[in-house]
Design a protein around this ligand. Structure first.
Ligand code: HEM
Ligand code: NAG
Ligand code: NAG
Ligand code: NAG
Ligand code: NAG
Ligand code: NAG
Ligand code: NAG
Ligand code: NAG
Ligand code: NAG
Length: 518
């Protein structure tokens, strides 16, 4: 019997708990695919025949590039010594010049997926989510996604199978990667449901097709090469396949033929007979493929969409006021003009307050090709008593409480950005970034984090310490100020180590500071 994946998925996974900056970022990457707060990655696989390098051409697609990239990055894994795996080592030129990694598909992929990399999301995580998005948005099954991959510092040992290698060598290569022979057959079929082989890269496999729109003469693995379905299996079994690695000109390079037939066609026959079996098999194998990481890398739990997700929360101390800006996503919610959503919060003095969230951020945010909907509500620069501060948020939706099963949504206001930050000079830029520290909180260290995405898409984090003030500078009755001069308008996160825990919050970019009093 076919158990719908969505049911299975949500029945077995528990949601993450807010606050958690890493899971907030991973949830955004994986679920906020379109609409408000979306990173915009999914538009590159919607429609699924889209190929951003040459939008007029047929034959190639971003979806196929993303899936092949994830496999080639993972395929260096050695299950015996724990080295290699999905770690974005494919970004290094030293890996790309190898014959096992021919083509421009890897750089195409990284130049898009790098959009998703950030302080809490490695380039390797984006490669994993890219493959998952390609499957999910293009007719494939839903695939559980975990984050926490670590980008490699250099190239890995070679290890991607090539078409001219023997069947024994392919079986050995997949065993080294952690997959059995049956899993090898399945994984190749899953991947080769997309894309094909280029003439220029494999002239003895694919002839020049002389097709003015299929400019790179790509001969496809099945007749529906921009979509996931079981045609790669059904056409193979029916003997009608045009798969160039089955019926290619050079039989030595017909690796799919050898692999698919290696168990007497049993696995391919089962896929040809059951689209559902193929989909569930690919869901679990693609998940294992992207979760194949070097030893020592600790992946997160499966990232499920938080049903009520605060995001982009920023607190600013302004005199005796605190000013909050936040977005709140309500999953699986559709538009209703009459709905009332309140944010309730507890302060440090035992008081409870509430305000209405603006529905003006409402707008459908559909993830995975309209499979899900979500609505965003928000608060912009809402001011409240900054001395009393804020400890916990809760929400009510038409009177119904949303409080994370009693935990509430904890907000830490112990170290926040201060509106007393100011500009000495706009050109050349010179400003003072003020951090407000709640009295009684004793950070062992406060530093600014800045993240730059390098040319390969890999995020590089720099830290700049803010020294403690020589003598306390009071901001108001309950906060004092730590200051740091900046000469750029980079976006920083303020991080404070307090009692062995790092608390972090956004600093405003220096570009919006007011002038320093002279
Ligand atoms: C023995 C194992 C494998 C061999 C020998 C092999 C070989 C190839 C070759 C020669 C190409 C053509 C590349 C080009 O011309 O651009 C290709 C494309 C592709 N492969 Fe594989 N492959 C293997 C396994 C896999 C696996 C496990 C996956 C993913 C799960 C995968 C996904 C893809 C995709 C999506 C493409 C299409 C790329 C495009 O159209 O741009 N392959 N493969
Ligand atoms: C794409 O095709 C359109 C219409 O055929 C043409 O006007 C345009 O110049 C083409 N663009 C590229 C990049 O080839
Ligand atoms: C991809 O980018 C890397 C790093 O910039 C570069 O070394 C490599 O030559 C590029 N590969 C291709 C095929 O263009
Ligand atoms: C077929 O591929 C093999 C292995 O790469 C190669 O040695 C041989 O020259 C190729 N044959 C032709 C006709 O290109
Ligand atoms: C597997 O199926 C293909 C395509 O129908 C066929 O050519 C081949 O002989 C079969 N192999 C075996 C071992 O049955
Ligand atoms: C989404 O909301 C609808 C209507 O409230 C409900 O019937 C359905 O079970 C929800 N789906 C999920 C996945 O939570
Ligand atoms: C919200 O605050 C008002 C006072 O400002 C209070 O009357 C009302 O009961 C509060 N609502 C909730 C749900 O706590
Ligand atoms: C920051 O810059 C101002 C203006 O140039 C200067 O007066 C002040 O001493 C600087 N502070 C630090 C800590 O360098
Ligand atoms: C806090 O951040 C610093 C700098 O990134 C790191 O070295 C330290 O391990 C972190 N501490 C905790 C408890 O995560």
């Amino acid at each position: 019997m076919f158990i719908p994946l969505i049911f299975y998925f949500f029945a077995t996974a528990t949601a993450w708990v807010y606050p958690n900056p890493q899971l907030e970022a991973l949830d955004r990457l994986r679920w906020d695919q379109t609409g408000f707060n979306a990173l915009g990655i999914s538009i590159f696989v919607g429609p699924c025949n889209f190929f951003f390098v040459d939008t007029n051409a047929t034959g190639r697609s971003d979806a196929a590039d993303w899936i092949r990239t994830a496999y080639h990055d993972m395929a260096t894994h050695n299950a015996n010594d724990g080295t290699g795996g999905l770690d974005a080592s494919i970004r290094f030129g030293e890996e790309q010049v190898r014959s096992e990694n021919v083509g421009d598909g890897f750089n195409n992929t990284l130049s898009i997926l790098g959009i998703g990399a950030s302080r809490y999301v490695s380039l390797a995580d984006t490669i994993a989510v890219g493959a998952i998005m390609a499957f999910e948005n293009c007719g494939g099954p839903e695939i559980p996604f975990r984050g926490g991959r670590v980008d490699a510092d250099g190239p890995n040992t070679p290890g991607v199978p090539e078409p001219q290698d023997s069947l024994d060598s392919h079986i050995a290569a997949f065993a080294r990667q952690g997959f059995t022979q049956t899993e090898m057959i399945s994984l190749v079929a899953c991947g080769h449901s997309f894309g094909g082989v280029q003439h220029a890269l494999f002239p003895d496999v694919v002839p020049d097709l002389n097709d003015p729109t299929n400019r790179q003469s790509v001969q496809h693995f099945d007749s529906t090469f921009t979509n996931f379905d079981n045609k790669v299996a059904s056409e193979y079994i029916a003997g009608t396949t045009q798969n160039p690695l089955v019926v290619g000109l050079n039989d030595t390079k017909n690796s799919d033929k050898r692999i698919f037939g290696s168990d007497g066609n049993a696995t391919m026959l089962s896929f040809a007979n059951s689209p559902q079996l193929f989909a569930t098999t690919c869901s679990s194998l693609i998940a294992r493929m992207v979760d194949t990481v070097p030893n020592g890398v600790q992946l997160t739990e499966v990232v499920t969409p938080l049903s009520v997700k605060p995001a982009n929360l920023q607190l600013i101390l302004n005199g005796d006021n605190m000013v909050i800006t936040a977005d709140v996503r309500f999953w699986n919610m559709t538009f209703d003009a009459n709905r009332v959503i309140l944010m309730l919060w507890d302060d440090h003095a035992g008081g409870t307050h509430n305000t209405t969230l603006a529905a003006r951020r409402a707008g459908t945010s559909s993830a995975i090709n309209d499979r899900y909907s979500a609505l965003w509500y928000g608060l912009d620069n809402f001011a409240f008593d900054g001395l009393a501060g804020i400890k916990t948020m809760r929400f009510t939706v038409n009177g119904e409480l949303e409080d994370q099963d009693g935990l509430g949504f904890v907000v830490d206001d112990s170290v926040i950005f201060s509106a007393s930050s100011c500009l000495f000079s706009p050109h050349p830029l010179a400003g003072r970034l003020d951090v407000a520290v709640r009295n009684g909180v004793n950070p062992s260290r406060i530093f600014l984090e800045n993240v730059k995405i390098d040319s390969s898409g890999h995020p590089v984090i720099t830290e700049t310490d803010i020294p403690p003030p020589a003598q306390p500078i009071a901001a108001n009755a309950v906060y004092s100020i730590w200051s740091h001069n900046v000469t750029d308008n980079n976006l920083y996160r303020i991080v404070a180590e307090v009692d062995g825990v790092n608390i972090s919050t956004w600093a405003n970019p220096a570009g919006v500071f007011s002038s320093c009093p002279s």
